[in-house]
Design a binder for this molecule. Structure first.
Ligand SMILES: C[S@@+](CC[C@H](N)C(=O)[O-])C[C@H]1O[C@@H](n2cnc3c(N)ncnc32)[C@H](O)[C@@H]1O
Length: 206
């Protein structure tokens, strides 16, 4: 991990204690539920799942609430404090996740049917590399469910704390297609902060 990621990681370690409540209070957990329950987007039974940049596992938790027990679930997360809270939240749902502590592209994880990644590529130094690393995590025929930040004044305020990137719809779809993904659907969060800060995309690896 380089110095800029060490610095980011220190800030996520400090934020971990309140992160899960914040994700709920601001409507992101409900937003993820809505995204994952869109018609035609159900996950196959007995999926193997990886949540990249899992944080406190809000996206993985929503995936389990919608789809039930996965065959396996791995959290890729550099911050131990965030990951520990994610493990606790998933344990309460009867899921025992594995944790790969580290950065996307640096940890070794077997490709799976379902890759989740919410608000993480905006922290990666090069989005093309990040999307190529996500593509390698998706098994052929599998899907990526991506949530990314979009240009909005709310994100300008969030940027003051997190220095994250935003992507226009055209830019992110072009980057995903360039990485080899087939775009299956885009999703507009209907209300609250997620509707202003984020968009969802479902894409598959042919
Ligand atoms: C904005 S939080 C999102 C957490 C979670 N996905 C959610 O929606 O609540 C970003 C998370 O990504 C992690 N992260 C940052 N850079 C990363 C990288 N290069 N690879 C993997 N995870 C990363 C951070 O530690 C943090 O937990």
């Amino acid at each position: 991990m380089d110095a800029s990621h060490e610095n980011l990681n220190t800030r996520y370690e400090a934020a971990a204690g309140k992160w899960r409540d914040k994700m709920r209070a601001l409507g992101y957990y409900d937003g993820y539920l809505g995204f994952l329950t869109e018609p035609g987007q159900a996950a196959p039974d007995n999926s193997n799942v990886v949540d990249v940049g899992a944080g406190t596992a809000a996206f993985a938790e929503a995936w389990v609430a919608v789809n039930g027990q996965p065959a396996s679930l791995t959290l890729i997360e550099p911050s131990p404090a965030m990951a520990n809270r994610g493990v606790q939240a998933l344990n309460a749902r009867g899921v025992q996740p594995d944790v790969a502590h580290g950065l996307l592209g640096e940890v070794q994880v077997t490709p799976v049917d379902e890759v989740l990644a919410a608000h993480v590529i905006e922290h990666c130094p090069d989005p093309e590399t990040a999307l190529s690393d996500l593509w390698k995590l998706v098994a052929p025929g599998g899907r990526l469910r991506l949530v990314v930040s979009k240009p909005h004044w709310c994100n300008a305020i969030i940027w003051l704390q997190w220095r994250h990137r935003t992507f226009s719809e055209k830019e992110i779809l072009g980057l995903m297609e360039g990485a080899g993904f087939k775009i299956d659907a885009t999703y507009a969060f209907p209300s609250g902060p997620p509707s202003r800060t984020s968009r969802g995309i479902v894409a598959s690896r042919p």
